[in-house]
Design a protein around this ligand. Structure first.
Ligand SMILES: C[S@@+](CC[C@H](N)C(=O)[O-])C[C@H]1O[C@@H](n2cnc3c(N)ncnc32)[C@H](O)[C@@H]1O
Length: 312
């Protein structure tokens, strides 16, 4: 974990106090902490740093917990194809990450990519601002994003059909910044960052993957600068009771405070027309991006991800 991240980290458990985290360093490589822990003096929680990856979920990530689908290597390969297929010259690759990146204006300050998966949008943000941080609960995704950050390359086996697969080699373009990027394991509903830490925040295709999507929006609101901030949220609003209780959906219901369409309710929440966020945003663009995930040579998921860009 790069040391510069310490400036904006706080305990995700007792973040009201905005406690800076102490560090116990076991092994270091220049300005990177490779092994050690981040320690909250207030609630005494220790967040481990293992193989350079800070594990900042609450409670600290349990290695014996059943893995989510986002830890599966086949899913990691699908996401690597989706994020970097265009850079690897893959036929039929999605251009969605270029489209989302075009929504993010060059800016001063630090960018946050919440639910970054294998990191493409985080690298895009790093090219437009001073620094960028990607967070995700999947250790497998964060490990792959960090491998790209360190080596600028990675490879994986992508499925062609049945037991037939082929190697996908990914090389980041030489113009990509990696020194100003970091990735940590963290929960988008309990961000381990001090308030107003970020000038730019992005959340792509994650709102409908959370048990508490409104809490995620409140967290994005809290960590964004009160003035001069930009925000991009994009989502297909594929609500599912397995992930989110209907009472917590931001749309897709026919009664209740957030009945109707999620894309519209998201804009109303940001603009303060529906109560829920502290800060008030000004929506500057809405629309959709076609996003593609490849499961095997003949099977793609095509997803219409509806975005909102807002500033304040
Ligand atoms: C549908 S994927 C989208 C990934 C990426 N933003 C993109 O658009 O390619 C959802 C992502 O959210 C992550 N995720 C799920 N729950 C999370 C949570 N509570 N906090 C942070 N990330 C989470 C998953 O690991 C996964 O990377």
């Amino acid at each position: 974990m790069k040391e510069w991240l310490l400036e904006i980290l706080c305990c995700p458990k007792c973040k009201e106090e905005e406690n800076p985290l102490g560090t116990t360093v076991g092994q270091r490589d220049g300005k990177d902490i490779v092994e050690g822990s981040l320690d909250c003096k207030h609630c005494k929680t220790r967040y481990p740093i293992k193989d350079g990856i800070a594990l900042l979920t609450i409670p600290p990530r349990n290695p014996t917990a059943p893995p989510s689908k986002y830890e599966d290597q086949a899913v990691v390969a699908s996401y690597l194809w989706s994020h970097y297929g265009d850079l690897a010259g893959e036929n039929e690759a999605t251009d969605a990450y270029k489209r989302w990146a075009e929504l993010i204006s060059p800016a001063s300050g630090i960018g946050l990519d919440a639910g970054c998966a294998v990191g493409r949008n985080t690298f895009e943000m790093a090219g437009r601002m001073e620094r960028a941080v990607g967070i995700d609960t999947s250790l497998a995704f964060i490990a792959r994003a960090r491998e790209l950050m360190i080596r600028k390359s990675t490879s994986c086996l992508i499925k062609e059909e049945g037991m037939i697969s082929r190697e996908l080699k990914i090389q980041l373009p030489s113009g990509y910044n990696t020194h100003n990027v970091e990735f940590v394991v963290a929960d988008a509903q309990a961000l381990p960052f001090v308030s107003a830490a970020f000038g730019s925040v992005a959340s792509l295709n994650m709102v409908d993957k959370l048990p508490l999507p409104l809490v995620h929006l409140q967290e994005l609101d809290r960590v964004s600068s009160p003035e001069g901030a930009q925000l991009v949220i994009s989502d297909p609003f594929s609500w599912s009771e397995e992930v989110t209780a209907p009472a917590n959906w931001l749309g897709g219901t026919i009664e209740g405070r957030l009945k109707g369409r999620g894309h519209e309710n998201l804009q109303a929440l940001l603009e303060g027309r529906i109560k829920g966020l502290k800060g008030c945003w000004h929506v500057t663009a809405t629309g959709h991006v076609w996003w593609k995930i490849r499961n095997h040579a003949n099977h793609f998921e095509l997803i219409r991800s509806c975005f909102v860009k807002a500033v304040r």
